[in-house]
Design a protein around this ligand. Structure first.
Ligand SMILES: NC(=O)c1ccc[n+]([C@@H]2O[C@H](COP(=O)([O-])OP(=O)(O)OC[C@H]3O[C@@H](n4cnc5c(N)ncnc54)[C@H](OP(=O)(O)O)[C@@H]3O)[C@@H](O)[C@H]2O)c1
Length: 247
């Protein structure tokens, strides 16, 4: 890796969009640090692309502080850690699910950003990319906990854009629709059949499709900030309105 290459931390790098982003950025010549709770997966990915791996639980302040202690130089942070839990209506809301979604998607972005801003401020081309969602601008039945969290993520991205304007730190929110990853498996607590149903009859985005969009954002010239990038399958118009092939 050339010594002048940019350095990127990717959270949620043990799976899906985060892992694909590590591969995409590494291919673009960026030095990558893969972080998530499943360190063994991050380590395998780091071995594959020639980067570093660190254990990170974004819901744990000590874990975030330990990560920050490891990183003195940093140019790019991609916040991909997060996801949904459950699909129950608010009348039957599971408080633990709501808490976990808030912690991983919302407080996690705050914690990691806050801890890494000193390092980012030392970069002459810092960039924060946050993986939001179509759920950040729409509501759907059963999605209350997740849509509330991703709406909050949208607000955080917009707030950072204002607060970091004078620091010339770029902030981008990439907001995907349906992406076939482990997302639905996690949402439905390992129920593979129910998870597969989410993608039935539709060509969903792949993690690589979203990773390519993220790599496009971070490889623009320093004066170009892609503020918000929505990306959906062609067969998806809104969070819940899709065109599906009949079985
Ligand atoms: N798939 C979709 O349809 C879709 C659509 C729009 C937005 N998104 C968003 O895209 C992002 C990535 O999701 P994905 O689709 O790639 O799902 P995924 O395959 O389930 O990946 C989720 C990643 O988040 C990490 N993570 C979860 N909680 C964490 C925590 N407390 N600390 C650190 N890492 C944590 C997981 O790693 P560990 O479990 O190893 O920690 C995993 O690497 C999420 O923010 C999700 O909300 C997904």
């Amino acid at each position: 890796m050339p010594s002048d290459s940019k350095i990127a931390l990717v959270t949620g790098a043990s799976s899906g969009i985060g892992a694909a982003t590590v591969r995409e950025l590494a291919a673009a010549g960026v030095a990558t640090i893969s972080a998530a709770r499943r360190l063994e997966r991050c380590q395998a990915l780091a071995d594959e692309v020639g980067g570093r791996a660190l254990r990170l639980d974004v819901s744990d302040a000590d874990s975030v502080a330990a990560l920050a202690g490891e990183l003195s130089d940093l140019d790019i942070v991609v916040h991909s850690a997060g996801g949904a839990r459950g699909l129950e209506p608010i009348a039957e809301a599971d408080e633990d699910n709501w808490r976990q979604m808030w912690e991983s998607n919302v407080a996690g972005v705050m914690r990691v950003t806050k801890a890494l801003l000193p390092a980012l401020r030392r970069s002459d081309a810092a960039h924060i990319v946050i993986v939001g969602s179509v759920a950040g601008i729409e509501a759907y039945e059963g999605g209350g906990g997740y849509t509330a969290a991703k709406h909050a993520v949208r607000a955080i991205a917009q707030t950072l854009r204002l607060e970091l304007l004078r620091d010339a730190i770029r902030v981008t929110e990439v907001a995907p629709g349906l992406v076939e990853t482990e997302f639905s498996l996690v949402r439905f607590e390992g129920d593979a059949e129910r998870a597969a149903g989410v993608y039935e009859g539709i060509e969903a985005l792949s993690a690589e499709d979203v990773a390519e969009a993220i790599a496009f954002c971070v490889t623009r010239p320093a004066h170009v900030d892609i503020d918000y990038l929505a990306i959906k399958p062609t067969a998806q118009a809104t969070a819940k309105i899709t065109h599906r092939a009949k079985p």
